[in-house]
Write a protein that binds this ligand. Structure first.
Ligand SMILES: [Fe+2]
Ligand SMILES: [Fe+2]
Length: 321
């Protein structure tokens, strides 16, 4: 009979083979602790971002300028809630529970995307968030559909389909505004000026400052580096900005024929670190709101639990009869 060391080596070899063959790791499979921890951290952070990300846009639901805009925005914000749910469910397959992850979020022990710590100051922000923020999310998330962890990859396929609707509704809103009045065009430009740099920061720190990237790529969790994805986003966005007639607020942004890509300026990484560390314009407000919503939802969770207990007791009684 093999001893435990031999068994462990066998499991590890099987894991390595699965990754090398670009097949999926499933919840029942053995996986290294560090792989599990990395995934829990990443999926939780992703789920939290979807949930916190409802706040800046939710802020405008009651002030949408027409019934049509309101219906679109409501659908979009509800999608984000759904994304949070798929992702918490994917995280649960790794042996953590949603309650625990929510506690960590509201106790500031886990992070969410820095982008949601900026305020939404005008209705143009709804368009710009769809265009740039959901656009950046798509660049980040499409490669995750091929992530080595099965439940995460499958959740991402559905999420990405909905994200492309988000990006389009944003762009369509901006098209309407730039074809409107001078004041509307100015509102769009002012919004683009505020969101451009935070959107570039959504890809994370430059590769040289991203110590976990190499390991995540070796495990097939990440498929491209932060800088590769950021470049892809810039190249995709520049022609869209031109079509809208807006200027991206970067004097260093220009086409580089040698690289066949755009050169662009350096985001303010000090600002990025400060926002991640909790001192962004709305960090405290976002967490306080989330905490309040969680407390206000306690009775729903208790009622659902009481109902589940009652159902379980009934089926036990039926089974015994
Ligand atoms: Fe989303
Ligand atoms: Fe979205």
């Amino acid at each position: 009979m093999p001893d435990t060391d031999e068994l462990a080596a066998g499991f590890e070899a099987e894991f390595e083979r699965t990754i090398a063959a670009d097949q999926r790791i499933e919840p029942r499979d053995w996986m290294p602790d560090a792989y599990r921890r990395t995934l829990i951290r990443q999926i939780a952070q992703h789920a939290h971002s979807e949930i916190i990300g409802m706040q800046p846009e939710g802020n405008w639901i009651l002030r949408a300028p027409s019934l049509r805009r309101k219906a679109i925005l409501l659908a979009k914000v509800q999608d984000e809630a759904g994304h949070g749910m798929y992702l918490y469910a994917a995280a649960e397959t790794l042996g953590v529970d949603r309650e625990e992850l929510t506690e960590k979020l509201i106790d500031s022990k886990q992070k969410y995307s820095s982008i949601f710590n900026y305020p939404t100051l005008s209705y143009a922000d709804i368009g710009v968030i769809g265009w740039l923020v959901d656009g950046a999310a798509i660049c980040n998330q499409v490669p995750l559909c091929r992530c080595s962890y099965g439940p995460y990859a499958r959740a991402m396929i559905r999420i990405c389909k909905e994200e492309s609707f988000h990006q389009r509704q944003g762009y369509e809103l901006l098209l309407a505004m730039v074809n409107g009045t001078e004041a509307q065009r100015a509102m769009v430009q002012e919004s683009v000026d505020r969101w451009w740099w935070p959107s570039l920061m959504m890809f994370g720190p430059p590769d040289a400052d991203s110590p976990n990237t190499q390991q995540s790529m070796a495990w097939g969790i990440k498929r491209h580096t932060n800088d590769e994805l950021r470049q892809r986003f810039v190249d995709m966005t520049v022609p869209q900005a031109a079509a809208l007639g807006v200027t991206l607020p970067d004097p260093d942004l220009r086409w580089n024929p040698e690289r066949q890509a755009h050169d662009y300026g350096e985001p303010d990484w000090e600002e990025f670190k400060a926002v991640l560390a909790g001192s962004g314009p709305t960090n405290a407000q976002r967490l306080a709101h989330r905490r309040r919503a969680h407390e206000n939802g306690a009775w729903v969770r208790e009622a659902a639990q009481a109902y589940a207990d009652k159902q379980a007791a009934r089926s036990r009684k039926e089974a015994a009869a």
